[in-house]
Design a protein around this ligand. Structure first.
Ligand SMILES: NC(=O)c1ccc[n+]([C@@H]2O[C@H](COP(=O)([O-])OP(=O)(O)OC[C@H]3O[C@@H](n4cnc5c(N)ncnc54)[C@H](O)[C@@H]3O)[C@@H](O)[C@H]2O)c1
Ligand SMILES: CC(C)=CCC/C(C)=C/C=C\C(C)=C\C=C\C(C)=C\C=C\C=C(C)\C=C\C=C(C)\C=C\C=C(/C)CCC=C(C)C
Length: 583
């Protein structure tokens, strides 16, 4: 392999417009290694790609009726679609972009395969009930090879506090206790409660919490576990930590643990979500899919098509069509209409109600959601190819860096998240090179109103500042080792991920009552459902996979593919709606 010329790219992040045909001919995953159907020939053309080629994007004329139309092919949308297809439904997924995955997509440059979003994969193990990514793939006959990560993240924190979250719980907890020996009891109690919640979650068969026959069945079979979850549902991790822990630096460490889960501190992070992440990393472990995260979405899309459903790319949905107040279909930007019994939106709730239903007054339920949640900031993302020699032997895959001041944790550009997926899967980069994916929170308002030149200059200045911080903290010589660099701003993410203001996800406006205010999948519009990270339980790939599973179950019951009881439905949905108003 000839050496790569050192150069800095223009704002190409996520922008494959110059090479759409190559994109559509992509193999069954970023490297063709991921998403191979059991027993499939490696040379077979992935079915989802074939449909995309046939469809050629938006066409003309109305089509349908489908059982469900899914707007968007993020992991939330794809899991909802594949679960429904596996239950026998005829589903159409309409995706604005050229490939599936949204924030969990991928792109290639000069021999590097980059994950668009996070590379930290929960829910990808072969055990328990919470391996939702594994289960979602299995539902459509797919299995991906994964590489176990020996750790989740290496924290580099103020006061020279360094904590490595080992895969083995005992190793992690002993390391943490060694840093805070005077808080041994508090540490064991806090993480012990996390395990109590995790074990309760892991004992349930996870389906729609909006479906009473299932929910009451679970309460009957596992009453203690369900009551445990109901008890912690309105609570936050920071309050529970404060019951047992006094040391301010340790509480700040728990803030950092929660920030990774929710982009907010522990006092604002629902205890159920914190427990899920703080324990699954040890129970199932963090596992990286061979060939890159993008293989999950392409595998799901292929599985969907093989089940007889469809996915169309370059299909920009601009309207949800209502008839007598019921969602009956969607309209694309080219005027083409599609009809279905149900419509599922994987766009954020802000986009769904603010854009796809812009002519309709915002329903009370959504006003309540927007009262409780704001759009989290977007992020600045730097994808780099570097010479392998810059990384010391044994470098961990994921790092979280906050150098001097805990007050900067939640500030824009304050904390730096770094993934080096090539530590686990060297096939993602040309020989002798590594990938560094760096991101940090950033608001869109910082990037508006600039001329093209000012915008490009600002990206360089901000990105170089972040790189210098990493050079100082972790990797001397980093700047000189760069062979490829692409910087994405909040505007890039707004444009290519179709997320309102490029938001990372919903963030509680104040101190939430745990997950109580989080809306599930049904909406106040008959026939319209939401899925993705602005639904229960929120941000995170495994979280949106759960939202997809829940959504598919509720929709399947509503279109007659699963059992339902209209009387119990009315009661439970009314109760949940009322509970949300208490938050
Ligand atoms: N850097 C990161 O790690 C990062 C960044 C952002 C989000 N995330 C995570 O990604 C996950 C989000 O998953 P998700 O399933 O909610 O959604 P998503 O944002 O990943 O995917 C939504 C998809 O819907 C498509 N879409 C939106 N509006 C559309 C329209 N009008 N017509 C057609 N298609 C449309 C988008 O193009 C996108 O592919 C969460 O886990 C979130 O926390 C991670
Ligand atoms: C229905 C009622 C009222 C009562 C019934 C009681 C009952 C039975 C309740 C059941 C509840 C259940 C089943 C809840 C399930 C919850 C689950 C599955 C939650 C899962 C949460 C997962 C999360 C939050 C995952 C987050 C992962 C992330 C964000 C991963 C990594 C991200 C990064 C590393 C990027 C970080 C980026 C920056 C910039 C810091």
């Amino acid at each position: 392999m000839p050496p790569l010329a050192a150069r800095v790219h223009a704002p190409l992040l996520l922008a494959p417009a110059a090479r759409p045909a190559a994109r559509l001919r992509a193999s069954s995953g970023p490297r063709g290694g991921g998403g191979v159907r059991r027993g499939a020939l490696a040379s077979e053309k992935p079915a989802a790609v074939a449909v995309a080629e046939k469809a050629g994007g938006d066409g003309g004329g109305g089509e349908g009726p489908y059982d469900a139309i899914v707007v968007g092919s993020g992991i939330g949308g794809l899991v909802a679609a594949t679960q429904l297809a596996a239950k026998g439904a005829r589903v159409l997924v309409l995706e604005k972009y050229l490939i599936p995955g949204g924030s969990s997509g991928y792109y290639r440059r000069d021999g590097f395969t980059f994950d668009v979003g996070s590379s930290v994969m929960f829910g990808f193990s072969d055990k328990g009930n919470l391996n939702l990514i594994t289960q979602a793939l299995e539902a459509v006959g797919r299995k991906m090879e994964v590489l176990p990560d020996p750790s989740t993240v290496h924290f580099h924190l103020p006061g020279d506090l360094s904590v490595l979250v080992h895969r083995k719980y005992e190793d992690f907890i002993n390391e943490l206790i060694s840093k805070f020996p005077h808080e041994k009891e508090g540490i064991l109690k806090f993480y012990g409660i996390c395990w109590k919640i995790f074990n309760s979650l892991n004992s349930l068969e996870l389906k729609s919490l909006e479906e009473p026959l299932y929910l009451f069945g679970q309460f009957f079979q596992k009453p203690l576990e369900c009551l445990t979850l109901a008890y912690y549902l309105p609570q936050n991790a920071g309050d529970i930590a404060r019951k047992f822990i006094k040391d301010q630096a340790l509480l700040s460490f728990i803030d950092a643990e929660c920030f990774i889960v929710s982009t907010v501190n522990a006092l604002q992070t629902p205890m159920i979500n914190a427990s899920m992440v703080l324990c699954d990393r040890h129970f199932g472990g963090i596992n990286y899919p061979v060939g890159g995260v993008g293989g999950i979405a392409t595998s799901l899309a292929d599985g969907l098509v093989e089940k007889g459903s469809e996915i169309r790319y370059k299909a920009n949905v601009t309207n949800v069509i209502l008839e007598n107040g019921k969602a009956i279909g969607v309209r694309l930007s080219n005027g083409k209409e599609f009809f279905a019994k149900t419509v599922i939106s994987n766009a954020t709730r802000w986009d769904t109600f603010g854009k796809l239903l812009k002519d309709k007054e915002l329903p009370e339920e959504e006003k309540n959601f927007q009262k409780n949640y704001v759009k989290a900031p977007s992020f600045l993302s730097i994808h780099m190819g570097v010479k392998a020699s810059v990384l010391p032997a044994g470098t961990d895959c994921h790092h979280f860096v906050l150098e001097d001041d805990w007050n900067n944790l939640e500030k824009p550009y304050g904390s730096i998240f770094l993934s080096i997926p090539t530590v686990l899967d060297p096939s993602l980069a040309p020989e002798g090179h590594h990938i560094l994916h760096i991101f940090t929170t950033a608001g869109i308002e910082d990037w508006e109103g600039l001329s093209r030149k000012e915008y490009e200059e600002k990206k360089e200045v901000v990105a170089n500042g972040i790189i210098r911080r990493l050079e100082k903290e972790l990797f001397p010589g980093l700047e000189d080792s760069i062979v490829l660099k692409e910087v994405g701003s909040p505007k890039t993410h707004r444009r290519f991920l179709a997320r309102n203001d490029g938001t990372y996800g919903p963030m509680p406006r104040g101190k939430p009552k745990g997950l109580l205010a989080m809306p599930f999948n049904t909406t106040s519009i008959d026939g319209l459902y939401c899925v993705g990270d602005s639904c229960f339980p929120g941000q995170g790939v495994i979280a949106v996979a759960f939202s997809g599973i829940m959504c598919a179950h509720r929709v399947a019951a509503d279109i007659g593919l699963e059992q339902k009881s209209p009387v119990l439905d009315a009661g439970l949905l009314g109760l949940l709606r009322w509970l949300r108003t208490l938050a």
